[in-house]
Design a protein around this ligand. Structure first.
Ligand code: SF4
Length: 379
């Protein structure tokens, strides 16, 4: 593998930030298009949604695209013919601090290909964070944990970061082996994920550190049902903060990858990704359980209906609900009613105002109109 050392720093960033776009496990992007399309200049700057609805920006890059692994879905796998380069920790910090000092970014997302072995790579990732912290930077630093990293390297990353992530990639070992045969699912992925969970569990020294992961959707022949089962377990058993999904796009991987030979189009897989985010939202925010997420006969989420509407269609006896009496969690089951509208309903009720029509809740757009058939307005 040819690693170019002579190219200048800006050119390295251009190459490495381009390659980092497939990793979404950092809350980057306020919507699907933000995650994939940014301005022509400063492509390393990514929008990030904050909990309060505001947006901030992260500086996102790989330290190196010289990966010694050969994951079949990955554009920077060792066997792929592309320009390779690596940044030093010092180079990375210098450029990041220039952008931070100019007020263009508020934090750093740092990932990398595996340079030789996982702990060598972790050493460079952690060194970057050490230099940054020594310079007095107290802001957001998201560090990618390399598959197969040792417990000691993980502990150091967790002690330096605001958030860490290691991509699980697939729902289980069977699918993992179809797309990443050079790595060991249990040793390289599940063991470190469990160790990060232990370090960041509630009541521990690092319980404020966010722990996230990402599934690649459609690279193997997994179903959405398998992904939902796994992400449910990641939240409930390993206490992850967030799970992300990245649609595999045909043409990036090797010819023998199951995703290259499936009948789904790239736009179908992007829609699957979107539906998985909707299912994830229902689980995290609306009190849905794993069993409340329903699938088509082929084990995938409906592409026609969002998961909440699909649940409603399959539970006709639950509706219509009385908008003046039903509790918050039952209202959250109504298609077309989101958190903001439900807060409005609860506010009107607290003020003793009888709700007689949807017009009292706001402008009747396509979304609110959907609620019409599922609610009634009696006492
Ligand atoms: S280890 Fe990561 S960067 Fe390397 S080929 Fe696999 S997915 Fe790509």
């Amino acid at each position: 593998m040819l690693i170019k050392k002579s190219i200048d720093t800006k050119e390295k960033f251009r190459i490495l930030t381009q390659d980092s776009q497939y990793d979404l496990a950092c809350a980057c992007g306020t919507n699907d298009s933000d995650r994939r399309h940014r301005s022509e200049d400063d492509k390393w700057i990514y929008p990030v949604s904050l909990g309060n609805g505001r947006t901030t920006f992260l500086f996102k890059t790989l330290l190196s695209n010289a990966c010694s692994n050969n994951c079949k879905y990955c554009p920077i796998r060792a066997s792929n013919d592309l320009r390779r380069c690596s940044l030093t920790p010092e180079e990375t910090v210098k450029v990041f601090m220039e952008y931070y000092g100019a007020g263009k970014v508020s934090g750093l997302f740092l990932s990398s290909g595996v340079m030789g072995n996982p702990d060598n790579t972790m050493e460079s990732i952690n060194k970057t964070a050490i230099i940054l912290r020594r310079k007095g930077f107290r802001g957001y630093v998201h560090l990618k944990v390399m598959p197969g990293a040792s417990n000691a390297a993980i502990e150091q990353a967790v002690s330096l970061a605001s958030a860490v992530s290691l991509n699980i990639e697939t729902a289980g070992e069977k699918h993992f082996n179809k797309i990443a045969s050079g790595k060991n699912y249990m040793d390289d992925i599940i063991r470190p994920l469990k160790y990060i969970s232990k370090l960041t569990e509630k009541g521990s020294l690092f319980d404020r550190i966010k722990h996230t992961t990402q599934f690649i959707v459609g690279a193997s022949d997994e179903t959405d049902k398998e992904i939902v089962k796994y992400f449910w377990g990641l939240y409930k058993r390993l206490g992850l903060s967030r799970v992300y999904f990245s649609a595999y796009q045909r043409g990036l991987g090797t010819n023998d990858l199951p995703g290259e030979n499936s009948s789904s189009s790239n736009s179908d897989i992007l829609l699957r990704e979107h539906r998985l985010y909707q299912a994830d939202w229902l689980v995290r925010k609306y009190g849905f359980t794993e069993n409340d997420i329903l699938f088509e006969k082929d084990g995938n989420l409906s592409l026609k209906y969002d998961p909440k509407e699909y649940w409603a269609i399959n539970h006709p006896a639950y509706f219509p609900v009385n908008i003046n009496r039903t509790d918050k969690y039952e209202l959250l089951r109504v298609p077309g009613l989101g958190q903001v509208t439900i807060d409005r309903i609860l506010e009107l009720r607290r003020n003793g105002i009888m709700i007689k029509s949807l017009q009292q809740l706001g402008k009747i757009g396509k979304r609110l109109k959907k609620a019409e058939q599922y609610v009634r307005f009696g006492y």
